[in-house]
Design a protein around this ligand. Structure first.
Ligand code: NAI
Ligand code: MG
Length: 352
């Protein structure tokens, strides 16, 4: 039995999470396993109920489950709250409390959506890689930091254990994927990158069957756009990963298609990349695919069921090939389906 905590949050969060739960329930039925889904308030929805974006009760539930599924948080209603009550503060707190040190962002191009990319079809066709971004170290957290009138400073620091643990899960992922890891750094300029590179190569000794290459971050930015098919697993630090994962995501087209996972030693949280989309909230227009694909990542990384993950990706691919499009991915003049219609079609394509 798998215990999943669902925190749908605000705006389109509940709409897209409902789609993802429908997919989960169908898979459980089809394959005969049990999932218990417990829903908890989070974000603005929680603030309105309890005066806090993230209550201790929600946090405790997240600590005691196999995986967390998050929709999105925030919206105009809560924008003027003081910093400590802002949705971003709640997101950072949940990641920190659960010890989620790796952020995974796949860049996967669906054949049916090849024309949605801003790059040429023959460049993006067949792209399927994942970025492992270190999430709790590096320049975003290093001390000292500060600024005065004449100077601003931050510190990029990595400790050996921080590099070791993310390198290890990147190599493990490569074992189940295409067997290749590209480690991205700036070792020609930064000492912190020299440590990064040394430690990644040390961890590689435990994975001799995996092909490891190093790449400078500036070259990587070019290569992702020039020939994205060359990558399988990318592993990199917090700052470089922040930028590269956004470049990688956009290769595939729409925000409504992009899933993510944040993983730690004993917890994991899955969520779409996008926000709460207040402009379309409550209208049954949101694309549920990013959240449904986040469930695929859950089966792959938390439950070690890559075959089920592939079933989900396949059902998405089939549904797109049938021509169904939510408004965000519809071509001009094409009529769009609703969130619930897209969900129903994907559930149907999962089969009995
Ligand atoms: P957003 O991602 O919510 O929306 C940007 C644009 O993309 C909007 O036009 C929206 O309609 C569209 N869009 C997003 N997801 C879509 C989907 N699944 N289907 C169809 N269209 C979709 O980003 P925005 O507007 O900057 O932020 C809105 C709110 O969400 C803010 O309060 C922000 O703080 C919050 N936010 C929360 C995040 C999270 O929970 N992780 C991440 C980013 C923003
Ligand atoms: Mg970013």
């Amino acid at each position: 039995m798998y215990k999943i905590v669902s925190i749908p949050g605000d705006g389109i969060g509940p709409e897209v999470v409902a789609g993802a739960l429908a997919v989960m329930n169908r898979l459980a039925e089809k394959h005969g396993f049990t999932i218990a889904i417990e829903e908890h308030p989070f974000g603005g929805a929680s603030y309105d109920l309890h005066g806090e974006m993230l209550t201790e009760a929600t946090l405790e539930a997240c600590r005691n489950c196999d995986a967390v599924l998050l929709g999105a948080v925030g919206g105009p209603k809560w924008e003027s709250l003081p910093h400590e009550h802002k949705p971003e503060a709640a997101l950072l707190k949940i990641r920190r409390e659960l010890g989620l040190f790796a952020n995974l962002r796949p860049a996967k191009v669906y054949d049916a959506l090849i024309d949605a990319s801003s790059l040429k079809a023959d460049v993006v066709g067949g792209t399927d890689f994942v970025v492992f971004r270190e999430l709790t170290g590096g320049i975003y957290f290093g001390q000292p930091r500060g600024y005065d009138e004449n100077k601003g400073w931050n510190t990029m620091v990595y400790e050996r254990y921080e590099v070791e643990r993310i390198a290890r899960i990147a190599f493990e992922a490569a074992q189940k994927r295409g067997g290749r890891v590209t480690s991205i750094d700036k070792a020609n300029v930064l000492e912190v990158s020299q440590l990064w590179r040394n430690v990644v190569h040390e961890v590689h000794r435990d994975f001799p069957e995996i092909e490891l290459s190093d790449m400078y971050v500036d070259n990587a930015a070019m290569q992702i756009v020039r020939n994205p098919k060359q990558f399988d697993v990318i592993v990199t630090g917090n700052l470089f990963g922040d930028i590269l994962s956004d470049i990688a995501g956009m290769i595939t087209g729409s925000l409504g298609m992009l899933p993510s996972a944040s993983i730690g030693k004993s917890h994991a949280l899955y969520e779409p990349i996008h926000g709460s989309a207040p402009d379309i909230a409550g209208q049954n227009k949101a694309n549920p695919i990013a959240t449904i694909a986040s469930v695929a990542m859950m089966f792959e990384h938390s439950f070690c069921m890559p075959d089920i993950a592939n079933e989900i990706y396949q059902a998405i691919e089939t549904t797109l090939a049938e021509g169904l499009r939510t408004a965000d991915i519809a071509n001009a003049g094409q009529s769009a389906v609703s969130t619930t219609e897209m969900t129903a079609a994907i559930v149907k394509n999962l089969g009995q």
